[in-house]
Design a protein around this ligand. Sequence first.
Ligand code: ATP
Length: 347
Amino acid sequence: MAHVLVNNARKDYGAFKAIKGVSVDIKDGEFVVLVGPSGCGKSTLLRMIAGLEGITSGEIHIGKHVVNELAPKDRDIAMVFQNYALYPHMTVAQNMGFSLRLKRMPRADIAARVGNAARILGLESLLERYPKQLSGGQRQRVAMGRAIVRDPAVFLFDEPLSNLDAKLRVQMRSEIKELHQRLRTTTIYVTHDQIEAMTMADKIVVMKDGRVEQSGSPLDLYDRPGNLFVAGFIGSPAMNFINGTMTPEGFRTADGVVLPSDRTMAEAVTYGIRPEDIRLDPAGVPVSIVVVEPTGSETLVVAKLGEQTISCVFRERIKAKPGDLLHVSPNRPTIHLFDREGSRLGA
Ligand code: ATP
């Protein structure tokens, strides 16, 4: 079993506290994504699980063992890094088999494992090439192949796609997800890209300043973000936050526009609405267009609601120019209310 449990882990670098009491429970076979802005501590946490960083206090369990004191090679993990770190003087096959040769595995067994991983990753025709003769995506696949041949209990990925161009990133994203569906190996994946997190994860752990802000399934976090940080981080374009106060008629913005709300919690000072949850509605509130960006499938409109700027994503094509008025309404069930501390109000 490769259940991974991080229990109240801390990491201090001198006086600087990089990880401030983090607990994460990763079930056997789960694909968990650690996500957060630069410097939040996600790579540090991954490296602590890998054994590449010591742990100041707390416990890390992999399977039945507390691994705090175990060397990386004894943790039954395989890590895939951002920069692949392939050996330039070795062929693809040699790169993939290298860790097994170190373990003195018989040649025939190495060949079988490398062959199997190559088949899974579509690398069979490239086994005799050198890294410099490969594309970025192919190198990334070899790096994954090196992890797969070891048949570890846990895969750890540290921003593995960040050196690839946008199109390849999307392709590799689904390849990694498919690979996980096939192998069902417990996987912990670090990224700063919330779209990667949303599309790949069984469970997302959102981090900020060395702490976990919220964890849950992608759609849980999207539908019920627990605070303003998570609400603004998950979803693209980001959720609109509109300041104001709650009145019996609805949420009154700082500019005096009243927005409809089914819930009328008195503590609400921020009204959150996702751009895709705003629709055109002749009976809605007027907004003044700033920018119209058609993408073909939809139209992104940046507009002023009083003095506050909001983004809207419409399925319709919009023929309008800056300064024109549109009338819009929120899809009521999807509004989010937050209190003065930035905590979510209600379910
Ligand atoms: P990024 O997305 O930029 O890689 P991250 O969330 O992965 O960010 P970490 O690399 O985990 O962030 O770093 C967390 C914090 O710990 C940062 O503020 C970083 O400056 C600090 N840090 C990391 N390694 C060390 C170190 N060896 N000594 C001191 N501080 C460190």
